[in-house]
Design a protein around this ligand. Structure first.
Ligand SMILES: Nc1nc2c(ncn2[C@@H]2O[C@H](COP(=O)(O)OP(=O)(O)OP(=O)(O)O)[C@@H](O)[C@H]2O)c(=O)[nH]1
Ligand SMILES: [Mg+2]
Length: 390
């Protein structure tokens, strides 16, 4: 998953490093340039002269030049000089010869603003195609530009430098998630009776119920007792579905009839948890479109009645920018605390994970990475950056 930076940004950076050295022959300058050479006396003298960039051999040497866009100067052409180099004697150890000096000079590039503009359009397209939101793509390009323009680099360093810059930018964009398990432990150690309440919300079919079951299973393995509220009383077979999960993971499910008030189901589950000293209540809710005012009012009621400690928005990582709009709507309505991005296992792009947190200012808490109960990973900034191939 998330291969886009590894594959594509790398290629883009390579292109930048190759193209910053303009290869066309400048019209007003004739190449190669002829340098007239003096008579050589000794090997030492020759090396001395070479180090002062005055080539000295017995014959006349033609030094080809080409334009370096980085330094805005004409410089010797390395490839052609290599041919001449073969005819020269190797300088004594410790002495940096003429060709070495030329080599290091010629390999240096400086990316100008003009050049960057040409490539930034391509980069923006690349980011947008990979689900990075426009606002975030623009920020990334602006920051990369500030970091890279005018910086003198060895040609071979350009790709690595661009990747390093991206790494820094992404580190800044991503929000550090809070540790949900720690928060639960903190609350249950302070207040013996009140359970920690988690509400799951999102549009239809994003993986709310599966994520809830995964989290309940993981909490149970950490000795945090759980009860599930089957507060999706709307979708056909939703209660059977959550009960099946409950049976598989060994967690009690509190439910009512289809069509009953979901806020009441949540309230019942909290009551059950208090009575039975259960640590955590996980409330499953029906999928609802973020554009439906009535359904958003309903989730607002569930939230108002159940007063969850954490409200988790569950979105699909593959949906791209739509997830951002959905998360914003739910946040507007109930104030979400964090995001779970599901189906990261089938997301090759990764841009959604990069953008959703930055735009909503809410941390990504977990990534869903498959259908099985153990296919959930706490979101880790460094791991995510590694997955992007940086
Ligand atoms: N590949 C993959 N599939 C997932 C993941 N999470 C959930 N799914 C699958 O997505 C489908 C929908 O999951 P549900 O948990 O029922 O989604 P929901 O949001 O509760 O759906 P509604 O209640 O109908 O709104 C199921 O087939 C899940 O197995 C994930 O991280 N990766
Ligand atoms: Mg569901």
């Amino acid at each position: 998953m998330f291969k886009f930076l590894k594959d594509k940004i790398g290629k883009w950076a390579k292109k930048v490093s190759e193209k910053t050295e303009i290869k066309e022959k400048p019209k007003e300058i004739e190449t190669p340039v002829k340098i007239n050479l003096k008579e050589q006396t000794s090997k030492q003298d020759l090396e001395k002269e070479i180090n002062e960039k005055k080539v000295e051999t017995k014959k006349e040497v033609k030094i080809p030049v080409k334009f370096n866009a980085g330094t805005h100067a004409y410089e010797p052409d390395l490839e052609k000089l290599e041919e001449i180099k073969k005819e020269e004697e190797t300088p004594e150890p410790g002495k940096k010869g003429f060709f070495k000096k030329i080599t290091s000079k010629i390999n240096k590039v400086k990316i100008s603003e003009k050049e960057f503009e040409v490539y930034s359009e391509e980069l923006e397209m690349l980011l947008l195609e990979n689900n990075v939101a426009l606002e975030v793509a623009e920020k990334m390009i602006k920051e990369l530009k500030e970091k890279i323009i005018g910086k003198e680099l060895l040609k071979k360093e350009v790709e690595g430098e661009i990747k390093d810059c991206f790494k820094e930018i992404i580190e800044e964009i991503l929000i550090d998630p809070f540790d949900l398990v720690e928060k639960i432990k903190e609350k249950i150690s302070n207040q013996k009776k009140d359970p920690y309440v988690i509400l799951f919300c999102g549009i239809n079919g994003t993986g709310k119920t599966t994520t809830l079951a995964k989290i309940a299973d993981s909490l149970k393995s950490k000795k945090i007792s759980c009860v599930i509220a089957a507060a999706d009383t709307f979708r056909a077979a939703s209660i059977e579905q959550i009960k099946e999960h409950g049976e598989k993971i060994g967690v009690k499910v509190v439910s009512q009839e289809y069509g009953s008030d979901p806020a009441a189901v949540g309230f019942d589950a909290i009551k059950y948890a208090k009575k039975n000293f259960i640590n955590c209540v996980l409330i499953d809710t029906a999928g609802r479109m973020h554009t439906s005012k009535n359904l958003l009012k309903e989730i607002e009621k569930i939230s108002r009645v159940c007063k969850p400690d954490t409200k988790i928005f569950v979105g699909e990582s593959i949906t791209g920018n739509d997830v951002i709009e959905q998360a914003k709507s739910f946040d507007w309505e109930i104030g979400i605390d964090g995001v779970v991005l599901t189906k990261a296992d089938i997301d090759e792009k990764g841009g959604t994970a990069l953008s959703v947190g930055y735009i909503t200012k809410k941390p990504i808490l977990y990534l869903g990475t498959g259908q099985a109960y153990d296919k959930i990973e706490p979101f880790d900034k460094q791991k995510f950056i590694e997955k992007l191939g940086l």
